[in-house]
Design a protein around this ligand. Sequence first.
Ligand SMILES: [Zn+2]
Length: 577
Amino acid sequence: MKKDPKVIIIGLDAATWTLIRPWMAEGGMPNLAKLMNAGVSGTLQSVLPPITPPAWTSFMTGKNPGKHGVFHFIETAPDRYAMNYANGGSRRSPTVWRILNAAGLSVGTMNVPFTYPPEALDGFQISGLDTPSANSSFVHPPALKRELVDYLGKINHDVRFLGFMSTDHRRAQVLAEMEKIDQQWAAVALYLLEHHPQDVMMFVFMSIDTVQHYFWQYMDRSHFLYDPKAEPRFGNAVRQVYERLDAVTGRIIEKLPNDTTVLVVSDHGGGPVVDRTLFLNRYLHQLGLLQYHKKGSGGRQGRSGLRKLKLKILRGAYSFLRNSLSSRQKSRLAEIFPTLRKKAELAYTSFVDIDWGSTKAFCSEVLASPPNVWINLKGIKPAGIVEPAEYSALTDFIIEKLRELKDPRTGKPIIARVYRRDELFHGPFSNEAADLIVDWWSEDSLFSTAPSLAKDRDKPAVIISEHRPSEDSVWGGTHRRDGILVASGPALKRGAEIENAQLIDLAPTLLHLFGVAVPKDMDGRVLADAFRPEFLAAHPVKAGAASGISESDRSTGYTEEESAKVEERLQALGYLE
Ligand SMILES: [Zn+2]
């Protein structure tokens, strides 16, 4: 007997009200507008820092990253300074999907980031962006993958050329691929609704995030990368993606019985990149906290010697990455760092020039470089020199110095807030986070970072980028904390706005919709404001036993074959000989 889905969640990665509201006022996004009128809506605060891996993982667990262990695309390795790539296997807390399954409800999820390898759910799971390749086992049950491929063709997660958009032609190609991938996922979602309905189903679309990163500058006349000549061609690129996914949302809703609860959520918002770049390791060097090797020491003189060394480093680094880096992550990196090859070389080169034995603090600049500061702590890091007794004063000093960084034009501080990790994270895995997390997502604390080369150690730590259109692929947009929430269903209020909703509240709220007890170790709360008072009165929130921690699946993330695929791609890109 065919079952009717009871709750449908549509994930629009990076969707933001700052764009949607004005478009809605002009009559755009009609399906989302209809859903808002029929239900509740509001801002959805993401986790900090508001990036995709911890955000969706917190959504799925109802917990802060200290309790699930996913902080970024990368994670520390215990015996080295370099970092590994994380995936869904790094999550160490049970998901809300498992809890729903245990309560007798079936669950199907499609393309949720950081769900690779897929969980063996009662229902199905199709992994998201951390999927290594189209040939990986990214669907549970495996027979469903064969069925989808038979009916709909090969499933692709990747948009190619992201790092190589040096011409209008390639930019147009990327937009066309984004559309193809959206239509593919829309077709998969509709097929699953028709042929594999589950009590709870979730469908995620990633292209808003991608298009905002690469095309924000074309719609924003005040942007430092604004290109008046390209505006006619790409000025509408971002809005077109929003409108397309609004139409997909409409097509999904059309298929549903009237009493289905529908949620539309984003894992964080988006906004423009600004023209300030901070060289964090350079600054730490200038503060006397990070030292580079003396030039010419250790037999590293001469061009060919240096070149050989660089190649060796690249090779060594990639051979350790081989076991953890997926092709999908690689293309995600191309997204993070548009000129990946150049940046990777720069990053490795700069990182290897650090003299660990006399360095107290550093930013990890290996490939993906979040503006975080790590303390070179004795007993924790391989060549740690900072005594535990010195930790507190040292971090105080760095926080103070980071807040002294000024925009050279206005004299105003660039960084408004620096968090110690225990201010943001609590739980058994908190100590895997960076020691200091620098706010780059708030309107009063906006900047980019770039790798610091040893040879440029005395140049200014903050530079202002030239205001002119860029010829290469660069990020014109980045993330902001506030995402979106729209929800409509029989238990929910109509046409109401809700305040202070957080991404971590959705797992408890989802459980409460089914009358399932909320594990007491979830950090989120049931969004009581969203429910009709009658429903709440009849269904008081139930607290349940802690969901606890679950075993890490890290060692089984990638197969030999997948690793070989990755190596092939790296070779094609010229990283490996
Ligand atoms: Zn995201």
